[in-house]
Design a protein around this ligand. Structure first.
Ligand SMILES: Nc1ncnc2c1ncn2[C@@H]1O[C@H](COP(=O)(O)OP(=O)(O)OP(=O)(O)O)[C@@H](O)[C@H]1O
Ligand SMILES: [Mg+2]
Length: 285
């Protein structure tokens, strides 16, 4: 890195990196990421959404975007990151996934360093990087969860969802020493149901794990959200007064109060480097 590059990085604003995961599939991760991103965009924040559901990504579909390229084109060197990013509502940027990149481990080190360089050299200033994970607790999901500054675990009021959220927290705390988790109940009747769900997880975690859990809100089950999904729009935009949108607005305000990462340069390079490092060691194992 030459001096000019070093200075440029120092001047970059710090970026909050937030990963959204759940364990169980279909509990609303992608909707949370999309609506939080658009809500932050409405507040004038600069947001990049990374669709980390690399095999089955669909945040672009949810937002009605039609990207021509995706992350695989950056990795192959065919396109630059700027050429692949698409702009969504309120200026948010989306890095689309592809169905062709199920495993980074299959990529050579040249492609991996290409991605690092592309992200480091990105000319867009970002306040937030939001990472939408795949379902499950695969190595990739664990890596994205560990590499972020904040992890939001989405869960619904179903035994399997509660069990999987707990399993995710357990693995991350026991195997990787993660201590802080933000919990977000989704599809609840009201705030009280959200609090009850949170209390259920806390009851078990307090007994068996050394973690600190924090309830970041609760998103109600909302027909307007379903309609927005069908219309391929963010509900915060299509029905801003709906109960889910009001809850997303509260979530966005809360997230904006979270501390910035320490040190200059933000956390994006760190996030990417962690991911690729983990993939490399998985490939050589
Ligand atoms: N708050 C809500 N109110 C009503 N319906 C909801 C809500 N949240 C999610 N849904 C419904 O659940 C579906 C699945 O949501 P979403 O795709 O965001 O889940 P996911 O966790 O990302 O799934 P996957 O694990 O497959 O990635 C949505 O298409 C929508 O129909
Ligand atoms: Mg999803």
């Amino acid at each position: 890195m030459d001096q000019a590059e070093g200075l440029r990085r120092l001047q970059r604003p710090a970026t909050k990196v937030i990963t959204v995961a759940s364990g169980k599939g279909g509990v609303g991760k992608t909707n949370v990421v999309a609506n939080l991103a658009v809500r932050l965009g409405m507040a004038g924040r600069r947001v990049l959404v990374f669709d980390a559901d690399l095999g089955l990504g669909n945040i672009d579909i949810l937002l009605g975007l039609a990207p021509r390229y995706n992350i695989s084109h950056v990795l192959s060197g065919e396109k630059t990151l700027e050429q692949v990013l698409v702009q969504g509502p309120h200026g948010i940027w989306v890095l689309p996934a592809s169905s062709g990149v199920a495993h980074m481990a299959a990529l050579d080190t040249q492609s991996q360093s290409r991605l690092i360089d592309a992200v480091s050299g990105l000319d867009i200033q970002l306040d937030y990087l939001l990472v939408d994970c795949a379902a499950g607790i695969s190595g990739e999901v664990l890596t994205f969860s560990r590499a972020a500054q904040h992890l939001v675990v989405v869960l619904s009021n179903e035994p399997a969802s509660v069990a999987d959220a707990y399993a995710l927290i357990k693995v991350l705390s026991k195997q990787y020493g993660l201590k802080r988790f933000h919990l977000l109940p989704n599809m609840v009747r009201d705030a009280r149901e959200g609090r009850a769900l949170f209390a259920k997880i806390c009851g078990v975690a307090d007994r068996y794990l050394d973690v600190s859990l924090d309830l970041v809100g609760a998103i109600p089950l909302d027909a307007a959200l379903r309609a927005a999904v069908r219309a391929q729009r963010a509900v915060v935009e299509s029905a801003p007064q709906s109960p889910a949108s009001v809850a997303f607005a509260a979530l966005s305000a809360r997230v904006q109060g979270w501390p910035l990462p320490e040190g200059p340069g933000g956390q994006i390079e760190f996030f990417m480097a962690q991911w690729l490092q983990a993939e490399q060691s998985a490939a050589s194992a």
